[in-house]
Design a protein around this ligand. Sequence first.
Ligand code: NAG
Ligand code: NAG
Ligand code: NAG
Ligand code: NAG
Ligand code: NAG
Length: 250
Amino acid sequence: MVRINNAYDLNHWLLVLFFLAQLCIFVSSSDASEIQTLLKFKSFLSNDTALDNWNNSTNPCNGTTNIWSGLYCEKNGKVYGLKLQNMGLMGIIDIDTLSGLSALRSISIMNNNFEGPLPSVNKIGALIGVYLSNNQFTGEIPEIAFEGMNQLKNIYLDGNEFSGEIPSSLAALPKLTVLDLQGNQFSGEIPNFPQDPNGWKHFNVSNNQLEGPIPASLSNLDASAFVGNKGLCGKPLTPCKSSMKWINSF
Ligand SMILES: *[C@@H]1O[C@H](CO)[C@@H](O)[C@H](O)[C@H]1NC(C)=O
Ligand SMILES: *[C@@H]1O[C@H](CO)[C@@H](O)[C@H](O)[C@H]1NC(C)=O
Ligand SMILES: *[C@@H]1O[C@H](CO)[C@@H](O)[C@H](O)[C@H]1NC(C)=O
Ligand SMILES: *[C@@H]1O[C@H](CO)[C@@H](O)[C@H](O)[C@H]1NC(C)=O
Ligand SMILES: *[C@@H]1O[C@H](CO)[C@@H](O)[C@H](O)[C@H]1NC(C)=O
């Protein structure tokens, strides 16, 4: 026991206790804030019984082990990936809230029932993987939707109802090696993809409404990556017919 002899000692010990209390709040705050962030993210979802164990009486992660379902955790107990697949989820993907997860690098919400436009994933510039396959996302994707995502390697948008042109900011991603856009309603020409043509691990734009010549940088890929489009031509598909525009220009 510490004996407190006078007012000076008392003040001294109160001061020490005060700083210790501050320290405790500081040490636990990173976990507490990830709990609040994830619960806020969940509050925008519906049909979410698969996430019933997201409960503020437990931590989301214990080291690399996820306690809450659908999370990938790092050694320090922070969330680096969401793996919310095949859960019947609906509602809103609140990217603004997710941007509060400082270690988040990967978002997978494949095989759910999300609708509406592409979530603004570029608000989290550090993402490496974005997996949105097989939902009901619709509409045109803004040109700049992927701007600044210099770490992004893997993108799956397949099996949705995206339309309009393939955004130029997507084609320009410097580290992209996996891209799947198949089974949407993308139209127009395939933009030039300046990445190393031999660097692709996966590339598929089949079953859209794309047209025009396949850029030379993609010509060594498998033909099955391009099938099911109304007007694509050139290697690895059949040669392009000279267009009326070309003939008229003579
Ligand atoms: C969290 O889990 C505890 C213990 O399992 C339970 O008593 C409590 O009702 C749960 N809270 C919520 C909000 O689900
Ligand atoms: C945990 O969740 C319950 C039920 O939603 C709420 O009443 C309680 O204040 C929360 N506790 C903390 C520490 O956030
Ligand atoms: C966290 O993991 C450690 C080591 O694996 C284990 O001993 C501990 O019981 C776990 N804590 C919780 C709350 O699950
Ligand atoms: C709700 O989620 C369950 C799985 O948890 C799924 O079987 C069901 O189809 C979903 N309901 C709707 C309306 O999407
Ligand atoms: C592209 O997707 C289509 C449709 O799912 C599939 O038939 C084809 O084999 C795929 N090709 C490549 C190279 O992934």
